[in-house]
Write a protein that binds this ligand. Sequence first.
Ligand code: CUA
Length: 167
Amino acid sequence: MHIHNYEKIWLVLAMIMIVGFLTTVTYGATAVGIEMISDEEDTIDPGALDEDPRFAEPRVEQVGENEYEAYVVAQQYIFSPDPIEVPANSTVTFYVTSPDVIHGFQVAGTNANTMVIPGEVAKLTVETEEPGEHGIVCNEYCGSGHHVMEGKLIIHPEDEFEMEDDE
Ligand code: CUA
């Protein structure tokens, strides 16, 4: 097939534009300080969270040099702990469960998002990048206070982050 040079130029320009759009979309999804890397579920008794070593005291724990685990309870109409505080440039695994109804757990403006179902522990691992504050929103309708159910994730600069010592 013969293609005129003039058409070739337009084809090349169209390709460049497509790659440009894809780059913009990808950049928008990942370059906001948090990158979601995995997501899965486990089971739990929703009526006995206060007897579960992970959720009796919702908290953030350091489990490795740059690794943290956050045990989060989503319930009508709060997230605990609030705020959730972690350092930048770390791997944070959130374990989120609910004692009452289905909630959502979404770090606003990122693709870190999971459904929180009573009886299940949603597990969500993210890489934190830049320091900053992110809203945590419930994106599943959970009752009259759904629209006010929100929390906060604070990503501290690494050199300013200290784990609270509760011994
Ligand atoms: Cu919790 Cu909507």
